[in-house]
Every structure is written in C-alpha cells, then in structure tokens.
Design a protein around this ligand. Sequence first.
Ligand code: MRU
Length: 343
Amino acid sequence: MTTVEWRGGKVRFIDQTKLPLQEIYIETAEYRIVVDAIRALKIRGAPAIGVAAAFGVALAAASAVSAETVEVEARRAADLLGSTRPTAVNLFASLHRMRRVLDQHSSRPSAELRHALLDEALRIYKEDVDACVRIGEFGATLLERGSAVLTHCNAGALATAGAGTALSVITTAAREGKITRVYVDETRPLLQGARLTAWELVKAGIPVTLIADSSAGQVLRTGRVAAVITGADRIAANGDTANKIGTYPLAVLARRHGVPFYIAAPISTVDLQIATGEDIPIEERDGREITHWNGVRVAAEGVDVFAPAFDVTPHDLITAIVTDAGIHRPPYAVSLPGVRTTP
Ligand code: MRU
C-alpha cells in the first residue's frame, strides 16, 4: 500500500476517505485534484500532506501548457496548496523548499526548472521514507518486552510516505517481539483511528483493540497500557505539540496514571520559528462533522459547534519526543535543535 507517490508523470494516492471499506487509488496529472484531495482529507497526516504538496507543485510545472507559464503555474500551485490546511507545518516546510527551487531556477530554461522541482519533490518523499524508519528504530528502544500501548488518530503509513511515525515505533517494536496489544482511540469526529489505524494494524497482524475516545481514562486507570504514543502536526521550539484533537486529554490522563507519554514525528514537524504552542494555528472544521453522522443530522437544529481539528499538549506532559534525529528529552528548547542518540 502506497499512500502517495509520483508515478509516470502523475501523482498517485489512496483515497483515505473511502478506507477501510474500499481501497481506491486516484491518479492525476492535475495539481488542483491534489489541492482538493488535501482539503477533503483524501490525503491527510502531516508528513503525507507535505509530500503531496511538493508533488503538486512539480505536477503544476509538468502540466503547464507552455514554457512561459511553468514558473507562474508552479507558484500558483504553491499558493493554493498552502491554503489547504493551516496546522501541519510539514506542508509549509515542503512548499518553502519548492519555492526556493523556483527562486534558484527562475531564469533557467523551463525544462531545467521542471526537472529541479521534481528532483526536490522526490527528495522530500525519500527523506520522509527514511525518517519513518529511523523514528521506528529510535522509538522502539523506549518500549519493554510485553508492552501494550495506546495511540490516537492515524500516525501510520497512511499519514506519511513511509512506515509512519507513532505506528513505525509500534510496528518496529512488534517485530522485536515487544508489543502485546495496541489500544486505538476511534478518534472522533472523522474516525482516523477506527477507519485507518485499526486497518493498518490488522493488516500488520498486530493485536488491536478499538476503543471509544471516552474509554481512554478507563484503559489507563486499569493499568492496561505501558505507554501512550502519538504523532504530531507541529512541535514548537519549547516542545508544545499540536496533534489531533483529543491528544491533550490523553497526555493529562497519562500523567495522572504515571504512564509515559511519547510523541513521534520527523524533524520536519518541528517548527523552531514558533516559541510555544500558543502560536500554533489550529484548524477549525465544519460543524457538520459533529452535528451529523454519516450525512444524517443527529444534533438539534440551532446548536452552536466548536470543532477544532487539533489541540496542543503542553511540553511538560510529554515524556520524550522521538524524531529521526533521536530521542529528545526535556528541556526541549535545548534537546530539539541538536541531540542525536544511537538506537
Ligand atoms: O486531520 P488529520 O487526519 O490530517 O490529522 C492527522 C494527525 O493529527 C496525525 O496524528 C498527525 O498528522 C501525525 S501523522 C504522522
């Protein structure tokens, strides 16, 4: 299963809104389809969004109708892609790299510009695949044999170009014989846990127990898990971490019950420009994702809705942050920029 890739001059991705009931791949030469796919969460998960956006810019350049419009089209695509989702910083990090290539090749022949954009997009893809492997190796060292763990949302292969972040830690540890079971929050309201993470774990042959988000307190209170591990959409310089709504309460529960709470993410998710979580932009979603169930209204007409897609977990609740550069411990303002630990 490939989440998003460049194939034969097109972008190919799996439509995550159809999973797990249907495995449908979309192949397109039109960058606006990629823009819409990110907006509609057909492609989702911070690293996957970053990779798809880079491919989107390369696609815009490749499909420009004339040599004169290559740069204009690529820049237009970058602007549109940057307007899709505000929280995951991987999107903006990728677009920054693609715009830098545009700046560097602005006066070069269009064929050269097209090549340079595709090369950079493929580098971003490859870096993400490699980062997932390293995150898995580093993170697995944190887990003991016989561990059950709890995760939230989907930080698996579907959220990246590779093996995932939090799920790469879990699948690597499982291969080492350390994992007995994974508790998966269903992850209201869009059910990334129930639809995507549970599907990935079942396919990987790892014992999985799906729970309603509201069951996490009971799971932690009764000592069922040795660790909680999730992904991230943006990590501020002090370690405050934005991730799928419902992550912060898990961190509070983990602290209450003395269970380690780990974040796993590529270095590209760390935003050193942002000092604390206060400055992380939080996407708000359409209220119908909460007032409706499968397209059918379930809440009273006239009710107000607050629908943030992400929350921020304060750094002091995070036991360690695992990146492809190593295991970062508090104080994160010191450990995030540099430390490298060998697994
Ligand atoms: O709204 P989504 O599904 O894009 O949110 C995804 C998450 O919050 C993931 O946990 C995060 O991006 C980490 S993915 C490796």
